[in-house]
Design a binder for this molecule. Structure first.
Ligand SMILES: [Zn+2]
Length: 106
């Protein structure tokens, strides 16, 4: 299935980061209903793998092949992604959030 996972889509003349379920292709609008899974059980230090997104709304997280994959909640993935990208403090996160809100209102 194309255009799933972490994608960009055009909405009202804006380019919007969007999460789409790898299992059913539905757009995920509630991060609390999403999981990130990966196919390799154990990664060696420095090894990389793709992050796949599946939804809880349509129970894609409990269907094959995703059911047996290692996983984490989307909330944990997003926070750790920010931290690993250099957002180290709550103040830095707040500033980034406020900047995004400003940019959205331009
Ligand atoms: Zn799904």
């Amino acid at each position: 299935m194309d255009n799933v996972g972490f994608i960009l889509r055009q909405v009202d003349h804006l380019t919007a980061p969007t999460i789409v379920c790898e299992g059913c292709g539905e757009i995920i609008n509630d991060y609390q209903l999403a999981w990130v899974v990966w196919s390799k059980e154990e990664l060696k230090d420095g090894e990389r793998t793709k992050a796949l997104v599946v939804c809880k709304k349509n129970r894609c997280n409990s269907k094959q092949p995703y059911r047996d994959f290692p996983s984490m909640e989307m909330r944990d993935y997003l926070i750790n992604l920010c931290r690993n990208a250099g957002v180290k403090t709550e103040q830095q996160f707040r500033e980034a959030f406020e900047f995004t809100q400003l940019a959205d209102n331009i």
